[in-house]
Design a protein around this ligand. Sequence first.
Ligand SMILES: Nc1ncnc2c1ncn2[C@@H]1O[C@H](COP(=O)(O)OP(=O)(O)OP(=O)(O)O)[C@@H](O)[C@H]1O
Length: 356
Amino acid sequence: MATITLDNLAHSYLPRPQGPEDFALKELNHDWQDGAAYALLGASGCGKSTLLNIISGLLIPSQGRILFDGVDVTHAPTAERNIAQVFQFPVVYDTMTVRDNLAFPLRNRGRPEAYVAERVAEIAAMIGMEHVLDRKARGLTADAKQKISLGRGMVRKDVNALLFDEPLTVIDPHMKWELRTQLKKLHHDFGHTMIYVTHDQTEALTFADRVVVMHDGRVVQIGTPEDLFDRPEHTFVGYFIGSPGMNLLPAEVAGRLARIPGGVTPLAVDYPTLTGRVQLGIRPEHLRLSADEGLPVTIRRIEDVGRHRIIRADLEGHDLNIIAPEDQPIGPEMTRAVFDPARIGIYADDWRVAPH
Ligand SMILES: Nc1ncnc2c1ncn2[C@@H]1O[C@H](COP(=O)(O)OP(=O)(O)OP(=O)(O)O)[C@@H](O)[C@H]1O
């Protein structure tokens, strides 16, 4: 395993980039800690694959360096980086048996056959393919082939890092959950440095110790799933994480009060004088409906999603989502929304503002 350092890294696909907007990956400094499980999360086109390809050596960055345990590998080819990769679609040898496919990376490195057999058995059990080890890969479903790809990616214990690029796309939903749990267990048992690219927040939040959220070519926050939920550093994180995401309302902040559509709501802390576009952010979980306190809302729709209800409301022309417990009665007198002051975040030009 290795610590992977990104040093002033940036990438533009254009030969002569003029400004930040020409960079698919904007300047980034970060250490991926040895043995940690990271998810790289963001919407399509935000630069996830660009970053992963730089780490794996498929792409040479136009700026900065990448180091494995302090050694500069910026220009080293993939083969020299000692990493295992699993892609979105299966990469298997059709004419080989499942067993030989799984054994391939180990035999390639000249491991003794007894060790190969032991590891293949372990991995086959993990991906639930013990019973088809002697079948040829040809003719297996895409789902089964992708499990082989995952198994092949994980069979070596001595890699610097394991990189996954949306590896569960072709896997059926039930198996997805199972494989994600297995990957997490594998990480726990072997302590590989893992980087897992996805645009699916559930996948990222269940798999990773640390989630790296990317937006528009920039890393906007690196944190635990709890950090991302409790303290989104950027409005994109607030909006992208959560179901539904954080509510954002235009605001004017003075001391411990925020003026938002519908009136004034108290804040738990003082803020400095703010410039730029100021917004108040609050998660639907931290709002509650009331008959007599808070700001006036119009309820448009109530969705029952099992564990709780999502109330789609309107606050002076702005959407406001509120999550209410399933057992809370919602009568016609519940026409106000109460904001929990301790859970409000204030944002200026999309970045969270630290209170005084
Ligand atoms: N080879 C390329 N040449 C030019 N532009 C590219 C190339 N590859 C990616 N881009 C652009 O760089 C930006 C980031 O793309 P990237 O594939 O890294 O995003 P992503 O988050 O992985 O998206 P997806 O999930 O759709 O693969 C996009 O605007 C994309 O159009």
